[in-house]
Design a protein around this ligand. Sequence first.
Ligand code: NAP
Length: 289
Amino acid sequence: MSYSNWIISNKTRLCCVIGHPIDKSLSPIMHNEAFRAKGLDYVYLAFDVDETYLKEAVEGLRALKVRGFNVTMPYKVSIINFLDRIDKEASLVGAVNTVVNDNDELIGYNTDVNGVISALESKVNSLKGFKALLIGAGGVARACIVALFLKGCKEIIIMNRTLNKAKLMLNELSKKLNIICKLEELNIDSLKKATASVDIIINATPIGTYPNLNESIIPKELIKKDMVVFDVVYNPKKTKLIRDAEKIGAKTIPGYEMFIGQGVASFKLWTGIDAPIDVMRKAVLKALR
Ligand code: NAP
């Protein structure tokens, strides 16, 4: 179905994203293209929800029988209070980015974990025996830790600007996951030491996001050819970290791979059918251009 013969009818099902702010979200472009490509009578919208109305917004979505919705910053954790239940991975991460409305029961999932896994799998088959350096301790860092654990990574060095926040995250996650995690201060000496021994580096901070195109969390000289470098930032398409790593000859994973991966998993949860990944990738890359 193309847009020219696309008709919104009394049968059209609604999916959406809620967050604040929401004006930069690429999810409507990606999911509407995917629904059209599969000929599904669905539409996807973005709603900017103020924190004071989060509960009402969720109850409204339930009352309107929307099929499902994505949740983005800053509500990925607080949304849990308004759902009926959450699945195992969302519970491991402690955050939800996708909700399915199953006959008025709101079930929370975390497809960011799927996104990280599919991004990693685009360049490495297995992480068994890998040692990782993860920078950041926010929502995406949590999804990265769960994904690394599920992919068999044996050890993670975690660095964060605010060490206490990383400690709290680790206290919570180490109760649920059997993985060795070491906490280090984020500074040049600890970066030098860690990059000498790790197989994969993940930036899970916003450093390098548009318009800061020349900022990178890792100095170029610390990147090695035999490393995998994954930057969760997806705007720009290639951050400075990814450009530096490419120049050195390392394997690189740009953040849009994770973004597409989480969208693919959300699409399947809502529709029950496999997502048209090539259509979604094309839509996202076109929007990022
Ligand atoms: P978050 O929960 O706010 O966490 C941000 C993390 O970055 C914190 O650990 C924070 O450290 C650190 N940080 C922020 N500014 C920093 C700076 N100037 N220097 C050093 N560290 C800094 O955010 P999030 O939800 O994890 O999202 C992180 C990034 O992931 C977003 O900016 C976005 O670009 C990206 N993202 C990507 C996808 C995708 O699908 N690819 C999906 C969602 C988000 P402190 O603890 O010290 O504050």
